[in-house]
Design a protein around this ligand. Structure first.
Ligand code: ATP
Ligand code: MG
Length: 246
């Protein structure tokens, strides 16, 4: 069952006046919205569906693009209340910003292209036949070097000021034999430490422990051992300019 939407006064007004239709958009409506926004020049198919967004494959001119479109309703999201309809643009723009930092920081992520309302476009990972599979759905031929690459990406991401809060075999795509990190919606910024660096670092530490723990369990199936703690320590120490966590 979808959540009951919590609506701003202004959104209610737009609904009442017919300026906003409040039902989940159907494929054709989403495709139309994508085309009108100019994020793509054609929409081919829906390639993914997560807790809070759907991802579409299309083209922008001759370029293949993936467009992530946030839904009004979340199918499930632990600890999260109903969605505030007007907040979706902010969610998309936050993800776009974090993806951009990661990309500029040299992390293997899809190149961000543009954001409009609750939609963001990025480079499509995959071939004409289909999107790159998630790590969870792949049997790796060389799991050791692949894991090393993932860990380097996590370190590089932290150096770019970001910690992924949902790192798992669901959010790593295997494209051309290499790992690509996706899904930065809830990622943490750890560069601008703001007023409470200790709190940020504590959250970052927890997220790293969870993410690396998930990878450790996944790679155990290949007989590989990953001990998260030393890497978590190293990354947190590097971020901890004031020595708060020591
Ligand atoms: N750039 C891309 N190229 C190809 N496929 C992609 C790309 N981005 C996302 N996908 C596909 O879409 C799926 C959903 O994307 P993503 O994980 O970003 O959203 P989500 O799962 O809805 O987010 P959340 O986990 O926060 O709910 C992915 O599992 C992947 O299969
Ligand atoms: Mg996801």
């Amino acid at each position: 069952m979808p959540n009951t939407p919590y609506l701003d006064k202004s959104v209610q007004w737009r609904l009442q006046t017919g300026n906003l239709a409040f039902h989940e958009l159907r494929y054709r409506e989403v495709a139309k919205a994508i085309l009108e926004s100019g994020l793509a020049t054609d929409v081919v198919s829906k390639i993914g569906s997560g807790k809070e967004a759907d991802v579409y494959f299309g083209h922008l001119g001759s370029r293949r693009v993936a467009i992530k479109v946030y839904r009004y309703y979340r199918t499930s999201h632990q600890g999260m209340g109903p969605v505030k309809a007007e907040g979706l643009g902010q969610v998309a723009s936050r993800e776009f910003e974090l993806l951009s930092y990661a990309y500029v920081g040299g992390v293997s992520v899809p190149e961000p292209i543009e954001r409009d309302e609750q939609m963001l476009s990025m480079a499509y990972l995959g071939t004409q036949e289909g999107p790159a599979p998630r790590l969870k759905d792949v049997r790796l031929e060389a799991p050791g070097p692949f894991l090393d690459e993932v860990l380097r990406a996590v370190e590089r991401l932290a150096a770019a000021g970001i910690v992924h809060t949902d790192l798992s075999p669901f959010n790593i795509l295997v494209h051309e034999g290499h790992p690509w990190l996706i899904d930065f919606a809830d990622a943490l910024r750890v560069d601008r430490l703001g007023q409470s660096p200790w709190e940020r670092l504590t959250l970052a530490q927890g997220a790293l422990e969870r993410g690396l723990g998930s990878l450790s369990r996944h790679f155990a199936r290949y007989g590989l051992q990953l001990e998260p703690q030393p890497l978590v320590r190293r990354i947190v120490d590097r971020l901890d300019r004031f020595g708060l966590m020591r």
